[in-house]
Design a protein around this ligand. Sequence first.
Ligand SMILES: Cc1ncc(COP(=O)(O)O)c(C=O)c1O
Length: 473
Amino acid sequence: MFLSRSLHKPFSATASSSSSSVSSMASHHLHHQNGDSTITTTHSPPSKKLKATPITPSELLAEFSHHHPSTARINNGSFGSCPASIIAAQRKYQLQYLQQPDDFYFNRLKPYILKTRSIIKDLINADHVDEISVVDNATTAAAIVLQHITWSFFESKFNKGDTAVMLHYAYGAVKKSVQAYVTRAGGEVIEVKLPFPLKSNDEIITEFKKALEKGKSNGRKIRLAVIDHVTSMPCVVIPVKELVKICRDEGVDRIFVDAAHAIGCAEVDMQDIGADFYTSNLHKWFFCPPSVAFLYSRKTDKIADLHHPVVSHEYGNGLAVESAWIGTRDYSAQLVLPEVMDFLSRFEGGIDGIRKRNHERVVEMGEMLAAVWGTHLGSPPKMCASLAMVGMPACLGISSDSDALKLRTHLRDCFGIEVPIYYRAPNDGEFNPITGYARISHQVYNTTEDYYKFRDAVNKLVNDAFTCALLSD
Ligand SMILES: Cc1ncc(COP(=O)(O)O)c(C=O)c1O
């Protein structure tokens, strides 16, 4: 049963304490009666602290009432979303600073950031809080890691021609960073070509192994592997743990996981994944305001010389401390994590519950759209996180990246729908190929109507014999 402008199973009883971490939300399986369905969920053990009040449908609507009312936002993936209560918390920190900047700087900022780091440490099952640095975004985290690689070339720890391996699907900005820091320093970059649509993890693993073989040819060493956890475009969950293990077996020096999307939409456990570096944005799927991310760097002697690219007073005091002061600026987005944990605790199962429901719903909505349009999902459901790639009708004539962008703009301007579109070049000899895939997201504020709106807009375009060729540049 779908409710009009209502939200699908976001809540019901919650049991986690306001300060509990996701990793501690284990153990008791409870059954809740919620509307027309019975849900099995995971809850934290009973806490002496006050239980969080389950969020109600009207409170949930109020939390996102600043969203443009006539836009169906099925693109949480790009910029995330921030509830009103977290925006208010951010404002509180901003005012604290503005009221007495010196007191804020000397007495409060460091403990606040340490608190954020220790929450993240628990969330991602890191060994030590020193392994966690808070930075602006995944782009900054990539610059930190890649600058470290550049210096290793400059200081002759690496040899000219040594290689870096990354996925062909790596995020555009990260690819440019690899070019700027690795290629310029004398390294060679090998891209792992991946097919799309994807049928299984095996396709990824096979291509990855081939790229490592190539990287090691002629006696070269693979100094860096950049592996996405959830790729951006096209969007798939990468078997990151398996790829990290393969890298270890093959003697790859440094392994950096670009997991910009992962926290809040995939399982994130540093012991399990085993990478040297791992970054994730907190402003995408973890309800933080823009912009805040963490960079995990495993404590080993091998990786001692890591620095923030913006050098300030704390240079040389360790990456986490350096990152906590990179000059005068607004640090408030980095401080709201305790309030975000409170927000999450109001949902059944906390962030794990949100993530599981988002996944189920995005797959359900993706399959609904694919069935109506006679297409398919770009990967099996288990390779979707809270995002899914849905094939669009071939008759829309999406025949370039530019067409995909123009269609996205057309859907925004004429139909009030925000959804990224991916162009996939057809293979030779393919009959009536699907060349356009929409990347749909699901977050707690989405409703079934958002996806119906998208379905109906595309159906109208098809019925009107629209093709992308009709859109001007
Ligand atoms: C895989 C991936 N890496 C890096 C980024 C960059 O994130 P940010 O712009 O927050 O630095 C993104 C953004 O969508 C991404 O999807």
